[in-house]
Design a protein around this ligand. Sequence first.
Ligand code: AQP
Length: 343
Amino acid sequence: MTDAASSATKHPQRVFSGIQPTGNLTLGNYLGAIRNWVPLQEKFDCIYCVVDLHALTVWQEPATLRDATRQVAAALIACGIDADKHILFNQSQNPDHAELAWYFNCVARMGWLNRMTQFKEKAGKNKENASTGLFVYPNLMAADILAYRGTHVPVGEDQKQHLELARDIAIKFNNDWGVEDFFPVLEPLILGEATRVMSLRDGTKKMSKSDPSDMARINLTDDADTIAKKIRKAKTDPENLPTDKDGFKDRPEAQNLVTIYAALTNQTVETALREVGGGQFGAFKQQLADAAVAHLEPITTEMNRLLEDVAEIDRILAKGGERARALSAPILAEVRETVGLVR
Ligand code: AQP
């Protein structure tokens, strides 16, 4: 049994995952994360969070942040997150995340954070000008999960390194204060065929909501024509599609489009290649666009319907926040006691 599996058995199994309201959700967020969150509701108690405090690590226009928070909540409900049976809220409704993150700022080591590739990518060349919040982002992420003693965390491939850091924080906290198993050694769940969806303009770059080019991504809010246009214009190469996975060598765009197609049509990349391998990009792109529209259209329609009643979304988030606070409060009380704070 792995550390994570053995630790998870000592704590009730609980799923936690979050998503930033930093713009329109993309097909990457959907295939890499949200879509996998839905079936987990059958097996686990789940907490799903719109992580608005994380969004603030890069400056956000206040009204846009509020809109995006509601839009992400609506998207999650439209995708099948059940806010009655499980907990859906925005992070800032529960101040325990920020408090626990402070303790973790004192546990995590500079060397650990210095190794985080996402900070390097997001800070770019001007590292000195990045916010300190962006640097300690993984500590807040660890706090998000461990404030509830989350044991299972469904994420895309890009978040794997942050989750390994969260595990290191949990282990160090337990060791430093001699509290064996106080925090569980959480387990990343990287599920599905498309764990890392790439940009439509550059197959070596992750599809991202904050990519300056809207043509690089498919948004959950895009209509059918826009989706078809973006796929038609997606970067490809002059060859036909390969017939097996080895043929993807040095062809990141072909690999990305076939992987997206496989995920949208619920098959493996191998079986998708049996269907479309050897064909030309033109015909395949039409097939891919049809699959994307068929999949996303009902979600977009439901999302738009939900967004007509913003007060109801705010009510759902507030209720979720209340339930989240009730879960984390006793854990935070134990943390304060453990580290020696007087209350
Ligand atoms: N391209 C992707 N492929 C697969 N999974 C992805 N995720 C994000 N992009 C891809 C997964 O979506 C979840 C939520 O991500 P996030 O919003 O917290 O932040 P992120 O990973 O930084 O995503 P973005 O879209 O790139 O946001 P911005 O542009 O704001 O930085 C996570 O589980 C992530 O793995």
